[in-house]
Design a protein around this ligand. Structure first.
Ligand code: ZN
Length: 184
């Protein structure tokens, strides 16, 4: 007997579903939850329910989605972003040109009864630290020296006086931060 239809020659289990060796970009699978093609599910606000639907109805697609989730999950991205942000801030602090222009003064103990005054940030105003240290020494009649990249230590507690002395000598300095008492 000749078959009436070619289709009857094909065993029934091969008719439905993708066939091996044939690419099927033609079939778009739609999600039963959001009714969008499943590749758009992740943009749907109720993605969690989509995933549940996928797990029940299209387990193969669901496992693909799950793999993508673990590959580039949001948590990984967040971590990277935080790291980048952290580095950026560090760099800004180090660079004198980009950093905030301000002078900081603080008091630090020296021995049991005496204190020293620490001035930082003068170089952000392009002030020669050696000249500044000498000026403070003369002004307060005490030792004063450059002790760091952008730091002057004045022997004596002159912190409160600096709020008047610094703007008087360098009018361009309009912001002086009082860091209070600092341990060194
Ligand atoms: Zn969906």
């Amino acid at each position: 007997m000749k078959p009436l239809c070619v289709m009857t020659d094909v065993p029934e289990h091969l008719i439905s579903g993708p066939k091996t060796g044939i690419n099927y970009p033609l079939t778009v699978q739609y999600c039963g939850n959001c009714s969008m093609p499943i590749e758009y599910c992740e943009y749907y606000p109720d993605y969690e329910k989509c995933k549940i639907w996928l797990e029940k109805n299209l387990p193969t697609e669901f496992s693909k989605v799950k793999l993508e989730d673990t590959d580039n999950g949001a948590t990984d991205d967040d971590k990277k972003r935080q790291k980048r942000g952290g580095k950026g801030i560090m760099k800004a602090k180090k660079s004198k040109d980009d950093g905030p222009k301000k002078v900081c003064v603080s008091r630090a103990p020296r021995g049991k009864k005496k204190s020293v005054t620490v001035v930082t940030g003068l170089s952000t105003f392009d002030i020669d630290l050696k000249v500044a240290a000498k000026y403070f020494g003369t002004k307060f009649a005490c030792g004063s020296s450059v002790t760091g990249d952008d730091e002057i230590v004045i022997q004596g507690d002159v912190k409160d006086d600096l709020f008047a002395v610094i703007p008087e000598k360098w009018p361009e300095i309009d912001e002086i931060d009082d860091l209070g008492d600092q341990k060194r």
